[in-house]
Design a protein around this ligand. Structure first.
Ligand code: FA5
Length: 337
């Protein structure tokens, strides 16, 4: 066979074999067969070059190198093709920036409640639960709120059966959406002997006029500590420590004398907000009448209780200036938390 025919045959066979190699192993076999340095078809081809006359050798040698380079280049190209991930072979460019997945997140108020449980838990408070649909006994009566108290006015509460109320049914048998988490204080004390140190977080409902700091459904964290020798000083320490841990050391907390039927003395708690004050909760020493109602002896144990507005803490921490943002479910707002 003359050298030209030998080159042509080698080239065609090598390119066909390279193209047909389905994976790296098959391609490696092709390399050994067609480009191997010690033996194989390239060696045979070299022998052909060795047989041509001295005059012809430079030209034939050049042809040999051209064929060898062509086959080597085809081999390298196939090798890098086989190394590419499947996606790229299918026409996907994995080097393009991806689309950020829209993963769901916990609602800012749920995040706040988790933070609250964490902080107050470090002070030894455990979490208690109570129902959102309450009876008047737990929402009012046991909390020392008499029947003629304005807080029980049907216009100030979401009673579930206004008709029954109008029919003169015994008030204790009426149900309403709880207006405060203080109901859980009673439920816990009815079932537990002191010492007690609990918090309860959840929704409460009031037909308040809605504005930037008021909603008709909002969240409170109730706290209750009962035992021998529990004092107002401990209440103030717990609230101050809690508020500064969640809001930062720069927040100022102030206690104003107030009145709640179920605490004596009672205070209103405010936090600094810009250049102003915003009320964040009510608190006080558990009224002896309440302790008696659940079968405790006020001469033996004392206690403090507090009820904090969860939204308002979250608002100050995250600079949210309108409480309504929490309930609109606008993804642009929620995605920031
Ligand atoms: C109470 O609800 C008492 N149960 C608190 C309490 C508990 C006093 C234990 C003593 C002992 P008040 O109505 O002030 O108190 O509400 C407490 C907090 O809930 C307020 O300071 C405020 O932060 C929040 N809050 C009240 N009404 C609304 C509303 N409509 N929207 C948003 N937050 C509110």
């Amino acid at each position: 066979m003359d050298h030209s025919a030998a080159f042509q045959e080698y080239e065609q066979a090598a390119l066909a074999a390279i193209a047909a190699a389905a994976d790296a192993d098959a391609l490696e076999q092709v390399r050994v067969e067609f480009l191997g340095k010690k033996k194989g078809r390239l060696k045979d081809l070299q022998a052909v070059v060795g047989k041509v006359s001295a005059e012809e050798r430079p030209v034939v040698g050049k042809q040999f190198n051209e064929v060898k380079d062509k086959v080597s280049a085809a081999f390298e190209a196939r090798k890098s093709d086989l190394n590419k991930p499947q996606a790229a072979a299918a026409g996907l460019d994995i080097s393009l920036p991806g689309v950020v997945p829209r993963l769901g997140k916990r609602h800012p108020l749920s995040q706040t409640m988790d933070d609250f449980k964490d902080i107050i838990g470090r002070m030894g408070f455990t979490v208690a639960e109570g129902p959102e649909i309450e009876d008047e006994h737990h929402n009012f009566v046991a909390l020392n709120i008499p029947e003629d108290h304005p807080a029980r006015d049907p216009l100030d509460n979401f009673y579930l059966s206004a008709a029954a109320y109008a029919n003169g049914q015994a008030p204790e048998r009426l149900h309403l959406l709880r207006s405060q988490t203080s109901t859980v204080q009673i439920r816990v004390m009815e079932q537990t002997k002191p010492p007690i140190r609990i918090v309860s977080l959840g929704r409460v409902y009031r037909p308040d006029t809605i504005d930037a700091t008021h909603s008709c459904m909002f969240h409170q964290m109730e706290g209750l500590m009962v035992g021998e020798g529990v004092t107002m000083a401990q209440l103030k320490t717990v609230l101050r420590l809690f508020a500064t841990t969640y809001l930062g050391q720069d927040v100022r907390i102030r206690f104003r004398p107030s009145f709640f039927p179920f605490t004596e003395p009672s205070v209103e708690v405010d936090m600094s907000w810009s250049d102003d004050w915003l009320e964040i909760g009510g608190a006080g020493m558990v009224d002896p009448n309440v302790l008696r109602e659940v079968g405790y002896d006020p001469d033996e144990v004392s206690g403090f209780a507090f009820g904090l507005g969860i939204e308002r803490f979250c608002m100050r921490r995250h600079h949210v200036t309108d409480i309504r943002r929490f309930y609109e479910n606008d993804v642009r707002f929620l995605a920031q938390f």
